[in-house]
Write a new protein. Sequence first.
Length: 407
Amino acid sequence: MKTYQPSQKTLEKYADVLVNFALGGGTGIRKGEVVRLNSGEFAKPLYMEIRKAVIKAGGHVLSNYQPDNGPEYYPSRDFFENADDDQLDYLPKKYLRGLVDEIDHSISIISDVDKQALMGVEPKKLMQRGLAFKPVSEWLNEKENKGKYTWTLALYGTPAGAKEAGLSYKDYWDQIIKACYLDKKNPITEWKKVTKRIEATKTKLNKLKKVDYFHVVGPDVDLKIKLGEKRKWMGGSGRNIPSFELFCSPDWRGTEGWIKFNQPLYRYGNLIKNVKLVFKKGKVIEASASKNEKVLKEMIATKNADKVGEFSLTDKRTSRITKFMAETLFDENVGGPYGNTHIALGNAYKDGYDGNPARLKKIEWRKLGFNESSVHTDIVSTTKRTVEAYFTNGKSMLIYKDGKFTL
């Protein structure tokens, strides 16, 4: 039962950050632009404030307000348990194509009232549905690459999330408030400050010329990640609130070694624990988990989900997140003793290309080793590790140690 409610002032600040900072790559929306607002019932207080903020900014709201999956009704579970193949494959192309053409931005509020709502659903059905909607992701990515679309995610705390994280509901919300600078008089001012710090580190990373690969080493990892040609590091753009990470879209073909992940993964309405992946010649050749391994393996069996699409590091000095939150949006940005390392299996972000992504064709993306998949799943580790950059001339340089960039 809900025993805590964030203050009205907190919700107003949260909405202000999302609408007037996170969207537009850190600049907010402009008058006349259209925002797709995705939310479940539980997040109604924040949904209403975001809606109001969009209207005050002169924008238009296209709402996608859905019933929650739990605790009384499970619409998503009902669908997967009753749908046949035709229904799983169905994509309303004309409707969704029109929607993509219409919107300039989207905000999605994560507010799961049951973090394991799809436990027991056949994993193949989950992947089949994801493949059906792959064209929509491609349309949005194409629009984003042209600079005509931005998006952000936000977390509205639920008792279920707090329970999974082992926190009281108030303590869970305290982490959200602190992470998003909602405890400050002007959160947007604070976000601009932290973005400036992230940008400074990003600039240093992008000045490293002729990097061949990164070598991540620690008690639970010995992994080589090939950077690839025409790549750049990204972060600090306002995409996702909060976001303290710096990440790149590597050349999947150069991934070698193994990595364990000490952070649980909540994905497809399931909890997956103690993931270990082994890579050879860029592909996952072994995958294991102590819980819901079947879901993990079914995901990896999806086309190109056995390849890396993202490599990310978070500097613990930047992040204000100190607790496990049972939500990837926060856990992939956690600070703590050693910051975090995470990789994403599946699709690569095309804006990791050092150039104009709108000019490249599919064959050119493939030649550069940018992975393409209907899957994009971030998996996080927070244990101690070092990261060295190895250059094409054989020299190396330590870039990350004890949770901090060393540039």
